[in-house]
Every structure is written in C-alpha cells, then in structure tokens.
Design a protein around this ligand. Structure first.
Ligand code: SD4
Length: 335
C-alpha cells in the first residue's frame, strides 16, 4: 500500500507520549529511560540486498536490477534514487518536490561509496537528478559539498539539463499553504518522503545515497540532514550503512546515521542501532517529539537490516532474496 494511503487512515491527533517510556518489543512498553533492543524479525543475512526509506518498490527494483546485472552498489543506489527523482508525483524528491515558503524547489542530496568517498549538493535548483550531481561532485571535484548557485553551475557544466522543478500540483499545494502561511513549517509525517537508499552488492560492498526536496515550506536557504554526511547518510564498508528521513534538524543534532553505523561497529544489529538512535532523540530533556517524525533504516555487511521511527506509518522497502516488499517499521510512540 502506498504510504499516503496509510496516512489517510492515520492521525497524529492525540498522539501523546510518556517521556521515559522505552520499547522492548513491538507491543510492549516499560518504564525505563533506555531503549531496549530486539532483533528485527524480518531481518536475514542474505546478499545482495537493497533497502530504501518509504514505499519505493520501483526504485529498489531498479537498484536490484543493476546489481543482478553485475553493477556495483554505488551504481545501484544512484540509479534507484533517480527513479523517484524523476517521479513527478512524489512531492518531496526531485521534480515535483514541494517548494520552500517562497516557491523555490531546492534539492539536497548525497552519496557515499565503499571507499568512504562522498559527494553532496545543497540547495540545488532546477536540476532534478541531484543524486547524480552529488556523485559527480564526489568523482570529478576535489570537494565533498557544493551548494546553491555553484552547485547548479557545476551541474550545467557537467551536462545536466536545467528545468523548472515546480509542477502544477506542487504549486497549487504551496498556494494553498500560503493562505495560512505559518512561519514555522508544520512538521508532520506527511512532509517526509526523502529517499534514502542503501545497497550491499554481490561482492559485499556497501554504498548509500539520499535525495530530497527537504521540508515542505521551509525557510528559503534552509538545508536539512539529507546532504550532510554522517547525519542523513553514512556508510562504512567494514560495517554497513544507515540513512534518515524526517525532521532533519533532529537528525543533525544527533548525527544519526554515523551513530547507527558506529553502534553496529560495536556489535549492535541494524535494528538495535536504529532503535538506539531514535532513543537519543526521544530521550532528550525538554524535547517534545509529538509533532515530528524521524525514521532510520540500516543494513550491515552481512545483509541484515533494521528500521525504526518515532511514530507509526514509517516504512522501508527491501529487495532481498528475490522479494521486493514494503515493511512497516516498528516505532517508539505507542500512546
Ligand atoms: C529534511 N530529512 O530536509 C529531510 C526531510 C524529509 O522527506 O525527510 N523529507 O529535513
């Protein structure tokens, strides 16, 4: 089922949360500040594997097709993400992404390979395949990040075509938003469809990518977690990788994806590591997370996977062992 359909049936209204409640299993809560862990029952150690945030069956299918035909995990995550960037119906990635409050569609993306190389673009306008520009930054420049006008100039010089990324549908949504035009972006799960993708190929090499138009109706100039290596994405070929979606500010503050990879390095499963990273956010003193969502997915070098979020309705798409499926994430807030 498409994520937006789930959302129709889901409401965050009345979603309260006892701070200090920890999840020990899918349905159980105990009074404890720590987030106890469990194995993800869906997880198995089979390679190759592709995982992505949200419901993006076509994107994971493309990535697996690349791997099955002998391509690398790096090619797989780039080409997989491009499927969603080109999908105009997806209102938070590439073409069709929702704009900032002034009507600019600005894209953030990054990519990371098995050697720890990485590239990123921030506040990129008019070029829909931000993930490919990020790869070019990684491969063709001495830098890791390019932003704004410079990123666009580099993309054009590299042969990318400029086009208007604001579709009629997204323009209409923005015009509707402008009627109330709340200064602070309304942070709710419907804004979050960033595509983060991780792949482990037949050689056991890990790569990842992340691409987004960011928070809908953000302030002009705002950049989230998605192009920030260590926050929106981190890969270490000795260990595995992780990617984030949701309210980027909270991910940046806890350097979430790096944290997950380091926890896996210390022996945690991908599921345990994702849960602990969500715990770092929800256990912050004075933090009211009722109104925002963060979701993580992770994979280790063996092909085991994990996903976890603050609220319900986050999901991961996984292609492994011949099955390409959407998996509902376990989540913290059961109230
Ligand atoms: C951001 N993490 O810019 C992104 C938002 C997101 O789908 O996940 N959007 O903060």
């Amino acid at each position: 089922m498409k994520r937006r359909k789930f959302l129709k049936n889901a409401s965050l209204t009345g979603v309260g949360l006892a701070v200090g409640t920890a999840v020990t299993s899918c349905n159980e809560q105990v009074e404890d500040k720590s987030i106890a862990s469990k194995e993800n029952p869906e997880s198995k150690a089979v390679l190759p594997v592709v995982v992505a945030t949200w419901h993006v069956i076509d994107a994971t299918a493309k990535a697996m097709e690349v791997i099955e035909s002998g391509g690398s995990a790096l090619d797989a995550v780039e080409l997989g993400c491009k499927i969603e960037e080109a999908n105009e119906k997806g209102q938070s990635v590439g073409k069709g992404g929702l704009p900032d409050r002034e009507g600019n569609v600005t894209l953030d993306a990054c990519i990371m390979d098995k050697n720890g190389n990485c590239g990123a673009v921030l506040y990129l306008k008019d070029i829909k395949h931000a993930v490919s520009v990020a790869r070019k930054v990684m491969e063709d420049t001495p830098h890791v990040m390019l932003a704004g006008e410079g990123a666009k100039q580099f993309a054009l010089e590299s042969g990318f075509e400029a086009e208007d990324l604001l579709t009629e549908a997204s323009k209409k949504a923005w015009e509707k938003w402008k009627v109330e035009s709340k200064y602070k972006p309304i942070i709710n799960i419907e804004n979050h469809d960033t595509i983060g993708m991780l792949a482990v190929d037949k050689n056991g090499d890990v790569s990842g990518a992340c691409t987004t138009s960011g928070l809908a109706y953000k302030m002009n100039g705002r950049v989230g977690d998605s192009p920030i290596i260590g926050s929106g994405l981190f890969v270490d070929n000795e260990v595995g990788g992780a990617v984030a979606t949701g309210l980027g500010e909270e991910v940046v503050k806890t350097v979430g994806s790096f944290l997950i990879v380091e926890l896996m390095r210390q022996g945690k499963s991908p599921q345990e590591a994702c849960e602990e990273a969500i715990g770092r956010i929800v256990n912050k003193p004075g933090k009211d997370y009722k109104d925002f969502q963060v979701g993580y997915i992770a994979v280790n070098k063996k092909g085991e996977t994990g996903c976890y979020s603050i609220h319900q309705w986050f999901s991961m798409t996984k292609f492994q062992d011949g099955v390409n499926e959407q998996i509902q994430s376990h989540f913290f807030n059961k109230s």
